[in-house]
Design a protein around this ligand. Structure first.
Ligand SMILES: Nc1ncnc2c1ncn2[C@@H]1O[C@H](COP(=O)(O)OP(=O)(O)OP(=O)(O)O)[C@@H](O)[C@H]1O
Ligand SMILES: [Mg+2]
Length: 274
């Protein structure tokens, strides 16, 4: 594998409730620079908990009980994410890692124009920028995700679901992070819109060189866009492989079960035949 960006080692998370839920159990996973890694598995298998855990976004009753997460920064520095202080982590999260949350497109502020919501990111994290620079960056971002700069003055309700999700992606891209974690970013959208957004993320990844962890239970979607896929079951990674390999030659029985619950896949990669 090429140069690593993120190394997760023996990582475990428990929800300290009664009885305790061992949501993530000893996960070891490496993500390469520029790679799109898909994380798939049934509802409740621990995908979101893992994604939150590696960014230290978990709150009580969640407890990280074991493991380490190393971020290999482009500067050459290795950062132990568990060792960062709260404030360092907050900055790190936007600058180096960004996240598109599950259901994110409904989290835009309904009473603020989307341009100003994007500008807020720069105001907080790039205080040295002038208002004019901020506006110009926001216009560029809106073009980049194909919402269009002229939409900066729109309110969220004036945009389609797909557009709102693109705005969230623009927000995640704003500070040019090295890693973008996307938790079910397109699930609420119709299939065509989903695919277009996903193709675009893949293109942007080539342009900017960031890595993506893409979480979904939609395995066929991952087959189309990811380099590798990790299959998660009951808190554990049961199989990791190149997307083609997972598709044509799954090694784990559970992966086969998961694949068989989707329409049969034949022909070229990504062509779904019902
Ligand atoms: N705050 C919480 N307290 C107790 N248990 C929790 C909490 N949050 C999640 N869990 C449990 O942890 C397990 C993993 O949940 P998680 O949300 O990570 O799964 P997921 O794979 O992201 O599911 P989905 O596909 O539905 O989003 C589940 O059994 C869930 O019920
Ligand atoms: Mg989830």
């Amino acid at each position: 594998m090429s140069e690593p960006l993120l190394s997760i080692h023996d990582f475990s998370v428990t929800y300290d409730v009664d009885p305790p839920v061992h949501a993530v159990k000893g996960v070891t996973l490496e993500l390469a620079r520029g790679e799109i890694l898909g994380l798939a598995g049934e509802s409740g298998c621990g995908k979101t908990t893992l994604a939150y855990g590696v960014q230290r976004l978990l709150k009580a009753p969640a407890v990280i009980t074991n493991g380490s997460v190393m971020f290999h920064d482009a500067s050459g520095e290795d950062v132990d994410i568990n060792a960062l202080g709260a404030e360092e982590m907050r900055r790190f999260r936007w600058d180096k890692i960004s996240m598109v949350f599950q259901g994110a497109m409904n989290s835009l502020n309904p009473v603020a124009q989307i341009g100003s919501q994007l500008e807020d990111v720069f105001e907080v994290h790039r205080p040295e920028m002038t208002p004019r620079q901020r506006r110009s960056e926001v216009a560029d971002l809106l073009e980049l995700v194909r919402v269009g700069a002229q939409r900066a003055r729109s309110f969220p309700h004036e945009l389609s679901g797909g557009m709102r999700q693109r705005v969230m992606i623009a927000m995640a891209l704003a500070l040019r992070p090295q890693l973008m974690v996307m938790d079910e970013p397109t699930t609420a959208l119709d299939v065509l819109v989903q695919r277009e957004i996903i193709r675009q993320i893949s293109q942007l990844r080539h342009e900017f060189g960031f890595s993506v962890i893409f979480i979904t239970h939609d395995l066929p979607l991952l087959l189309e866009i990811t380099d590798r896929i990790a299959i998660m079951r009951e808190g554990e990674i049961v199989e990791v492989g190149r997307a083609e390999q997972i598709w044509t030659d799954p090694q784990d029985a559970y992966t086969r079960t998961l694949l068989s619950s989707f329409p049969r896949l034949t022909g070229e990669r990504g062509v779904v035949v019902r």
